[in-house]
Design a protein around this ligand. Structure first.
Ligand SMILES: Nc1ncnc2c1ncn2[C@@H]1O[C@H](COP(=O)(O)OP(=O)(O)OP(=O)(O)O)[C@@H](O)[C@H]1O
Ligand SMILES: [Mg+2]
Length: 372
């Protein structure tokens, strides 16, 4: 019988947890249940606060890691209920945890990446083995530790006869470039820049809403060329891959500094300009690194942003821009499914990372296993 895995992802948007229960359908997975659960407001605020240096961090981070585990455990219960399964019928949970710092190769040359989660508590609450801390080993091997999803994208979406580009629009955007699966060419992947993070921040501040539904507000504004140029001057965009980023770089102060020379801009025009930044940096990445792709499949919550999708299509007239749904997996399930798949790899002693993506010395078996 096909083995079953749960994948749990809570990304940089800090919107909450996406969980899937999936079974092996080699080389990829078949998703059998999906649950999306928002973080409660207090936990979300604390996780956001822990992204920047503050008082008593060790204590607060430890308690937040417990709270993330409990939120994850609730998602697991709901998935088991939906599928009508007992814990013993699930092989393992691949759990990402909540990234609060991501500084590969910084400081001492190794750097660190920190995903808050208490995996022992999660295993104890669920009675299922947990595979966690999936990024650190790649850093130890000299890599970025991110993105980790391209290998799954290739297994799940790779086409025998066509190159495909897959763009994840989460809080941060990342691109996977998949050669035809029959070819020996390497899979590429890297973070492009901000996805929804700045759009969400600006929308929350000026509209009191967690996100700009369908990008309607951004679509109502005018792109400001001067501000766009100032935002695009960020050196990260011009760096060659391998590269990865997070809220360590693209945070409220980053935006405030670049907005300062443009006082009095209408908030809707700033939102339009942020949308142009997100779409434009992704378009540049596709043009530079996926010249042979004929399709761009978009996943992550940004796939529901019609304004972003139109901007991507306008910037890439030679490609067909589609939701990952067109390839059989709804946008909000892809990243969670990737962590279910990574857990399956680890339990089988198979590598999960790709050195061609992260820049590590080689592919590695990722994470640590917390037995049921
Ligand atoms: N209907 C919608 N219209 C516009 N934007 C949406 C819509 N639905 C979701 N989003 C955006 O998607 C975001 C959530 O996406 P997602 O969960 O993929 O990101 P994430 O948690 O940061 O994941 P990751 O960092 O792993 O890629 C929301 O914060 C919001 O910006
Ligand atoms: Mg999310």
């Amino acid at each position: 019988m096909a083995e079953r895995f749960i994948g749990l992802m809570s990304g940089t948007s800090l919107d909450g947890v996406d969980g899937v229960l999936a079974e092996d359908a080699g080389p990829g997975l078949r998703v059998l249940a999906h649950v999306a659960a928002p973080f409660d407001a207090a936990l979300r605020a604390e996780l956001l606060a822990l992204n920047t240096p503050g008082d008593n961090e060790l204590h607060r981070a430890a308690l937040a890691a417990n709270a993330v585990a409990l939120a994850y455990a609730q998602v697991v219960q709901q998935l088991l209920q939906q599928a009508n399964w007992a814990p013993a019928q699930v092989h393992a949970i691949g759990a990402h945890g909540q990234t609060v710092r991501h500084r590969p190769q910084a400081f001492d040359g190794v750097g660190y990446t920190l995903q808050l989660l208490n995996p022992s508590l999660l295993a104890e609450r669920c009675g299922i083995a947990v595979v966690a801390d999936l990024r650190s080993r790649d850093l130890a091997a000299g890599g970025q530790g991110a993105p980790l999803v391209p290998a799954f994208h290739q297994a799940q979406f790779g086409q025998p006869d066509a190159a495909l580009a897959v763009l994840n629009l989460g809080g941060i955007s990342n691109l996977s470039v998949l050669p035809p699966s029959g070819q020996d060419a390497a899979v590429l992947g890297f973070d492009c820049g901000p996805g929804n993070a700045l759009l969400d921040l600006w929308c929350q501040r000026h509209r009191g809403q967690a996100y700009d539904a369908d990008g309607a507000w951004a679509a109502s504004g005018q792109v400001h060329a001067g501000l766009l140029a100032a935002l695009r001057a960020e050196p990260f965009f011009a760096l060659p891959p391998p590269k990865s980023t997070g809220r360590d770089l693209f945070h409220a102060d980053w935006l405030a500094t670049r907005l300062a020379p443009f006082p009095g801009l209408a908030p809707a025009d700033v939102q339009a300009t942020l949308a142009a930044l997100t779409a434009g940096t992704c378009v540049d990445a596709v043009r530079a690194h996926a010249p042979r792709a004929t399709r761009l499949a978009v996943c992550g919550g940004g796939a529901f942003n019609g304004d972003l999708m139109r901007r991507l299509q306008a910037g890439l007239p030679g490609l067909q821009v589609v939701s990952s749904q067109a390839l059989g997996l709804p946008p909000q399930q892809v990243e969670a499914a990737a962590f279910a798949w990574l857990a399956s790899r680890t339990l089988r002693g198979q590598t999960g990372s790709l050195a061609s993506v992260t820049g590590a010395r080689g592919a590695r078996v990722l994470g640590a296993v917390y037995p049921a």
